[in-house]
Design a protein around this ligand. Structure first.
Ligand SMILES: O=C(O)CCC(=O)C(=O)O
Ligand SMILES: [Fe+2]
Length: 334
């Protein structure tokens, strides 16, 4: 225990529980922060489910104990959340935008932050419902289905479609507002957590459904969602990435853990958990293959570049500009 305390510096700064590594060595686990909620209103069934989940979480944590940080969905409750500082990849945030871009010379400028139960159970359920409505009629045989509710763009192993074609009233005005509010809440959270003067939302947002099936084989590179990647390398103006998990690993699906390469970190998706990180090479990451069940996650990106700010978010017209080709969607967004 003493060794663990010595190895992991913990401080409360800016409301966050900061987790620092001594000598670049990650702590074995955020053991201090593992919490399983036990409230008296739970039914017996929920209690046994919670107990099972707790045993499972402890067993999984032990598997990861040697060389990586293992973060579960209940480790980072509000108001503190968790913060894990990393050294910025130098020269990645250029041309430098003061007040927003991470600064490689400032410790803590690049980081990974997390907040459990950022979205409520009802909000998570509505987001899944909106995703399922948008994805209705598409195959659930295996692999990824990616939906951009704003642009109407849906890509799955069968191809690319505009979900609004012939289905203009798929979502109500209140649902669009709800979706926009969630993204704005996360943008504000990321801005505050990274102590930025400003931060802009940039499209797209994706709700990704990953279906596990051992018989399924990818048809194209687009279907291979499990590769290690750097968000800023695929899209230069992404400066901060955000993920809102909607499904529970080990309950709704198997596999599908989120993994950061270096310093190594594994996150167990849990509904309502928000994870955000600076989008550069310091946070190279991957989603492991989902082997069973269905995993939903909402992804979004933020930029410091005012010219990349997405202003017409859910104006009800973005999808009119989409004619079915992903490149045109990109043009319409930028
Ligand atoms: O689903 C996840 O956990 C990560 C998704 C991701 O890396 C991305 O959309 O760029
Ligand atoms: Fe990513």
């Amino acid at each position: 225990m003493l060794a663990l305390i010595a190895a992991v510096g913990i401080a409360l700064v800016g409301g966050f529980v900061y987790l620092r590594m001594a000598g670049g060595k990650p702590p074995a686990i955020f053991g201090h922060f593992t919490r399983v909620h036990d409230d008296n209103t739970q039914t017996t069934h929920e209690h046994s489910r919670a107990a099972k989940r707790k045993r499972r979480t402890q067993a999984e944590a032990a598997e990861h104990a040697t060389d990586e940080v293992y973060l579960t969905g209940s480790d980072c409750p509000a108001p503190q959340g968790c913060r894990f500082n990393v050294t910025c990849a130098s020269d990645h945030y250029t041309p430098f935008i003061p007040g927003c871009h991470p600064r490689p010379d400032v410790p803590g400028s690049c980081a990974r932050i997390a907040m459990s139960e950022f979205a409520s159970k009802d909000e998570v359920a509505l987001l899944i419902d909106m995703a399922e409505r948008g994805m209705a009629g598409r195959s659930k045989a295996g692999g990824p289905t990616i939906l951009d509710i704003n642009g109407g763009f849906l890509r799955d192993p069968q191809g690319v479609v505009n979900i609004y074609k012939g289905r203009e009233s798929l979502y109500s005005v209140d649902e669009y507002r709800f979706y926009g509010d969630i993204v704005e809440r996360i943008r504000a959270f990321v801005q505050a957590s990274f102590e930025l003067d400003f931060l802009y939302f940039t499209a797209p947002t994706f709700i990704t459904r990953l279906v596990g099936n051992s018989q399924w084989k990818p048809k194209s590179m687009h279907d291979e969602y499990w590769h290690m990647h750097v968000d800023k390398e695929s899209t230069d103006h992404y400066d901060y990435s955000g993920l809102l998990y909607l499904s529970e690993q080990g309950v709704d699906f198997e596999g599908g853990l989120f993994r950061m390469e270096s310093p190594p970190m594994v996150v167990k998706p849990t509904p309502g958990l928000v994870l955000s990180f600076s989008a550069g090479r310091e946070n190279k990451h991957q989603v492991a293959l989902v082997t069973e069940g269905t995993r939903y996650c909402l992804s979004f990106w933020f930029t410091c570049n005012a010219s990349r700010r997405f202003k017409t978010f859910l104006d009800g017209k973005a999808h009119d500009r989409f004619e079915g080709a992903p490149a045109e969607v990109t043009d319409a967004r930028n």
